[in-house]
Design a protein around this ligand. Structure first.
Ligand SMILES: C[S@@+](CC[C@H](N)C(=O)[O-])C[C@H]1O[C@@H](n2cnc3c(N)ncnc32)[C@H](O)[C@@H]1O
Length: 212
C-alpha cells in the first residue's frame, strides 16, 4: 500500500494536470486527460479499479458548490466525505470552514488523489482507505456523499449505512444528478445546479438533497 501510495502520488502530480473545476473556481484538481496514460498505473497494479478519482462528478460538483455558497452548513463541524474520489467535496468543506474533514474511499488511489489535491489547494484533509458501511457510526456531525449512488451495488451498501447515521443524529447531505439507484424516497431536495460537461460543454443538472 505504501509503495502504491508513493508511486501514485508522483504519477498524479506529473501526469494529471492541475485544472480549474467547472463551476467551482475556488478549487483546482489534478484531472486525467488523454495524454495522462492512466493505463500505465493500471498495468502495474492488478487491483487498479475504475479511476473515479481522476474525473469530476456531477454530484460532487453540486455538493462542493453548496457548501462553498452556504458555509454555515459545515462551519466548525466534523465532516465525513464518504466516497471522496478526487477529494473535491472534502476540499470545499475545509475551505468553507469545517473543523475537520475525514475523506474516505474504498479505492486506495482515491485516498492518494485526495491527499495530493488537498495539498494543491492548501487545506488539511485526513484521507482514509476504508469501507465504513458495515462498521460503527462515525464520530462526525455531518456526512457529505457526492455521487455515491452511481451503481446499484454501492447504493445498496451506502443507503442503509446513511440511514443508521441519520438515526444516530448525524446530518447527511447527498449530491446527485438523479442517477437510477438514488434512494429518492429518503431524500429532500435542497438546491439545484447546472454544470458544463468537460468534453461536450453540455449543461447537466445536479442536485443537493438532505437524507431524511
Ligand atoms: C462516482 S465517484 C464520486 C467521487 C466524489 N465523491 C465526487 O463526487 O467527485 C464515487 C466514489 O465512491 C467510492 N465508493 C464506492 N463505494 C464506497 C464505500 N462503500 N465507501 C467509500 N467509498 C465508496 C468509489 O470508490 C468512488 O471513488
Amino acid at each position: 500500500m505504501e509503495a502504491v501510495r508513493l508511486n501514485a502520488a508522483e504519477f498524479i502530480r506529473a501526469r494529471l494536470p492541475l485544472l480549474p473545476v467547472p463551476g467551482i473556481p475556488e478549487i483546482v484538481l489534478h484531472k486525467a486527460v488523454p495524454a495522462s496514460g492512466l493505463g500505465r498505473l493500471a498495468a502495474e497494479d492488478a487491483a487498479f479499479g475504475s479511476p473515479y478519482w481522476a474525473y469530476y462528478w456531477l454530484g460532487g460538483l453540486a455538493l462542493a458548490r453548496f457548501v462553498l455558497d452556504r458555509p454555515e452548513v459545515v462551519a466548525g463541524r466534523r465532516v465525513l466525505d464518504l466516497g471522496c474520489g478526487s477529494g473535491l467535496v472534502a476540499i470545499a468543506a475545509m475551505q468553507a470552514g469545517a473543523a475537520s474533514v475525514l475523506a474516505v474511499d474504498v479505492d486506495p488511489y482515491a485516498v492518494v488523489a485526495t491527499q495530493v489535491n488537498a495539498a494543491a489547494n492548501g487545506v488539511a484533509v485526513e484521507a482514509l482507505h476504508a469501507d465504513l458501511t458495515e462498521g460503527p457510526v462515525p464520530e462526525v456531525d455531518l456526512i457529505l456523499a457526492g455521487d455515491v449512488f452511481y451503481d446499484p451495488e454501492p447504493a445498496a451498501r451506502v443507503t442503509p449505512f446513511l440511514a443508521r447515521c441519520r438515526a444516530a443524529g448525524i446530518e447527511v447531505l447527498a449530491g446527485d444528478p438523479r442517477r437510477a439507484p438514488l434512494p429518492v424516497a429518503r431524500l429532500r431536495g435542497l438546491a439545484e445546479y447546472r454544470f458544463a460537461e468537460t468534453d461536450s460543454g453540455v449543461m447537466r443538472v445536479s442536485e443537493v438533497f438532505a437524507f431524511d
